[in-house]
Design a protein around this ligand. Structure first.
Ligand code: ZN
Length: 286
């Protein structure tokens, strides 16, 4: 199943996208895609409900805005430097264990919303990433059981302000959490749709030119390792997002580095998870 949410910002409704691309409004099911939904068997219940009600679900026009395909979760946990070539282009060593950081959940936007270059930013950069959506609370889980705690997968652009991230004191969070820095979607593909999350092509284009083109088979730490590892330090709750790191080809790695300016168009995609597109916009004080 492919979960979507659609409508105006802040008023999104739940929907599904069918195999043929048709989008259906499933608000009559009565539940949005939040912690309670993922944690209390919502996916299975929705599937059963759809089997009897699909034909009466209103169609959603393609022109309707897509929101992030889940309600704002308790946290976004990101893995840094999870591809060897990206660690090298960032001038950092390949880590011995996963590097973790948080991204503010207030950064979440729809997959095709504008990305706002923050006030004072000169180094806004892109990062195509495979994100995992947690389906069942995970605390001290083994690698062997890690995928039992996963609901599905989603495309994420982990926008990053490199000066805020690296040149300011302390932690990476400052460069990762600006408003609009987490476009998520177009849809969550449930786990059954993705045969091997550790072997998916992912790519990103800047103004039509491909700058990232890799595969999650190049992960240093795969999905099972990452879910298990994070759960040794915190409980992952249903609906939480884990973003698994970006491959080679970010703006920071160009010589000279390349950063976003107003009007730039960023498109990205992952095999089986669709694509998204953001236009960069200058901060306007709103
Ligand atoms: Zn990242």
């Amino acid at each position: 199943m492919k979960l979507i949410r659609f409508g105006e910002i802040g008023k999104e409704k739940p929907g599904v996208q069918l195999e043929n691309g048709t989008r259906l409004d499933v608000s009559a099911f009565g539940r949005d895609y939040n912690e309670d939904f993922f944690g209390t068997d919502g996916l299975e219940q929705l599937k059963k409900w759809l089997a009897g009600n699909e034909s009466s679900c209103p169609k959603v026009n393609d022109s309707v805005r897509l929101g992030a395909p889940l309600v704002r979760p308790s946290k976004i946990v990101c893995v840094g430097l999870n591809y060897a070539k990206h660690a090298a282009e960032s001038g950092m060593a390949v880590p011995k264990e996963p590097v973790l950081f948080f991204k503010a959940t207030s950064a979440i936007v729809g997959p095709n919303d504008d990305v706002v270059i923050p006030k004072g930013s000169k180094k806004t950069d892109w990062e195509v990433e495979l994100a995992v959506v947690i389906g069942k609370k995970a605390s001290y889980v083994s690698e062997e059981n890690a995928l039992d705690h996963v609901a599905g997968y989603v495309l994420h652009n982990d926008y990053s302000e490199r000066a805020f991230q690296i040149e300011r004191e302390g932690q990476w969070v400052k460069g990762k959490s600006c408003d609009t820095f987490a476009p998520v979607g177009p849809f969550i593909a449930t786990k059954d749709e993705i045969k091997d999350p550790n072997n998916l092509n992912l790519w990103l284009k800047l103004n039509g030119e491909k700058v990232q083109d890799s595969s999650t088979s190049d992960f240093i730490f795969n999905i099972q390792e990452v879910v298990s590892y994070i759960s040794q330090f915190m409980s992952l709750l249903p609906g939480d997002i884990i973003s698994t790191g970006t491959p080679f080809g970010v703006g920071l790695g160009f010589n000279p580095p390349k950063y976003l300016k107003a009007g730039d168009v960023v498109e990205l995609g992952i095999e089986g998870l669709g694509s998204s597109k953001q236009t960069a916009k200058a901060y306007s004080g709103k």
